[in-house]
Design a protein around this ligand. Sequence first.
Ligand code: HEM
Length: 485
Amino acid sequence: LLWFSTKEKPFKALPGNRGWPLAGETLSFLKPYSANSLGVYMKNHISRYGKIFSSNLLGREAIVSADAELNRFVLNRDGKQFKTAWFAAAQKIFGRESIAFATGKTHMKFRSIIADFLSTKRLQTVFLEDADHLASVLTKSWRDGDVISAKQESFKYCIKLMAKSTLSIKEEDDPQMQMLQRDYSHFLSAIFSLPLNIPGMKYWNALQVYINTYLLFNKVRRKVVNMVKKTMGERMIDSSCRKKVFYEAGDEYNYDLLEMLMERKEYSNEEIEDFMLGMIFAGHDSTSRAIAFMLYLLANSPSAVITALQEEHLKIINSRSDKKQQKLSWDDYKSMKFSRCVIKETLRLSSVAPFIPKVATEDVRYKEMIIPRGSLVIVHMRAVQLDPFAFHNPMNFNPWRWLDACCDDEKRKRSYMPFGGGTRMCPGENLAQLEMVVLLHHIIINYEWEMAESAAPDQPIYLPYLDFPRGLHIKIKALHLFDRK
Ligand code: HEM
């Protein structure tokens, strides 16, 4: 206690609160809160101390930033003056060769393979076709009056797309697909599990949860790594045969991510395994949460939003000369302007990644302030995306705000960063939006939905990551806007 109370406080000049010895303000910062708010911690601290304040979080001196400019400053210097502060469990979970921990040239190497994997050409062809197919199969499996879990359904859609594009796993009943579906659902809770050193029962409970999730994840990790190893072995033998069949049929051969990595012949097995594990996770988790959140927002939105969406999507179908032709084209996708505003507004309000914790790797000067080496900067994207100075009535779901050109455009643009920024900015931005719009298309032309009745509120909450503990159940009603046969 003496050590903590006499320890130098580097941000003396910044307003803020250090909270309790050892725990600091960690518990109140991580306290779950409803997605209809910014959370008590952020709301109270911003109103008391302003958009940039000091604290003690996760055992470190910390600056919390709800300021768009400081957020961009920090994200743009990732890899030079800052690095991501992962929770203790993360490196063991992702593996030490994961892109999450790669820096410098190794990081660039991974980014370049992702750029090939998610190239515009592949988005326009493979990804559009696969997403369209999966969305159609998923929505056709629903029946009028069904109550479905938006969380589960969007998870299925996104993990299948990733399984197909990374490992060419196609079949619904493929045991590997079932394994991915079952076990990846624990990934995020494992990353965020941290053994908090709180005396008494809570400590043991927290420790117990940590050990359990850690053991469970190690099991998942071993299974995924074995699966990648096995597929690599098979590919060595049959990859050239597979290509031959495609070329003979006159089709373009579509590499999956694993083949792309193997073809380059510059990655170690450990790098391939860790990279695949992380990509499958990054490629499905945030997007599926964002889709579930979108269904929640639309279930609670004014009917004008649904009407505008129906008009946009029916127009696409009605404009086809062959009405039986159900496949979406890239031009169709490009024409879905209002839908893209719905997605933008969903991503603003959902903040799937509400904040990113970064650590200063050297003393960094920002305006009048020195951010000392080793201190934590919480880049709080959610607080910026709900800033009333950048977004009028920020808690309102208003997709039209993205259509109006207005004087606040620049402020809005700077404050909108659901995919982060700088060198680690999400490379999956375009794919995520494509997946969201394509699924929305299939849902909006076939169904209406509302929140299913339940004894307790079924709402999204931040734990601190976005989650739907009760599954977000919605009741769907089939529409017959056009003849699908
Ligand atoms: C709505 C969906 C998504 C959201 C909100 C999202 C958000 C983010 C954010 C905020 C980061 C930056 C983390 C940092 O600065 O440390 C990130 C990184 C990343 N995302 Fe996404 N993401 C989404 C979908 C995807 C998809 C579909 C993929 C891949 C197919 C993907 C792959 C990645 C990867 C590989 C990184 C790490 C990049 C690096 O370290 O260089 N994400 N994502």
